[in-house]
Design a protein around this ligand. Sequence first.
Ligand SMILES: [Ca+2]
Ligand SMILES: [Ca+2]
Ligand SMILES: [Ca+2]
Length: 257
Amino acid sequence: MKSYISFILLVVVSFSSCKKEEDTTEPLRDVGEQYVADDLAINTYLNSHTYNYADFESDSTLSLEDIKIDTLAGDNVGMKSLKELSTSKTIKVPLNDGTVVDHKLYYLEVREGLGEQPSKADSTYVTYKGELLNGRVFDQRIAPIWMDLTGVIRGFREGMPYFKTGTYTVNEDNTVDFSGFGMGIIFLPSGIGYFSQANGSIPAYSPLIFKIGLYTYKITDHDGDGIPSSLEYDPDEDGVLNDTDGDGTPDYADKDS
Ligand SMILES: [Ca+2]
Ligand SMILES: [Ca+2]
Ligand SMILES: [Ca+2]
């Protein structure tokens, strides 16, 4: 009986503490202001960190787990910073009020692949490791998986086309050996990540780091109309998906447009 009562109490207490949390939820932050804060945090990180790039120049067998990001201190003084090694790309993020906030994505090629570059509407076979700027790993795939880029966060989708696939051979037992696949790192502000949504161990408003290995890809045609999705998805790159007939279904997934 006693334990029954304390169970009821526990349920009541945890329910009311949940409710209290909801009441104190902060209002949605301004996308432009958050971007300025995120870009500053990303630049501070890029300027103060490096990675073991010399290892990748001399050893073509290294994989994603061998990428070691470290601070530009001690033995690393004199090495190139991540900022010097990376390139930025501006991504247009349209808001509901019709304005657009430009977001910079930074990408860095660890190893140029021997194959081809996917488009942001294709399906890719990838390994990845997602980290926060504080180094905490929030997700990783050591064995490659298929990811349809139209179904992932914008920054991941926009970053992938900078990398190249590898080559592969199919063995007699139907296993596949990949070699010379591209590897790189992307750094994204929260506006092209999860923004205000906390997700698993990712707090709201977190800039994200993804180390990526791109094994192979498939050109996709989501609506099966014979036109590849890459040409129908967002060809003018304004962040608004084309919807020619205005029925709310974007062209790449709309058979009749
Ligand atoms: Ca199509
Ligand atoms: Ca568009
Ligand atoms: Ca449509």
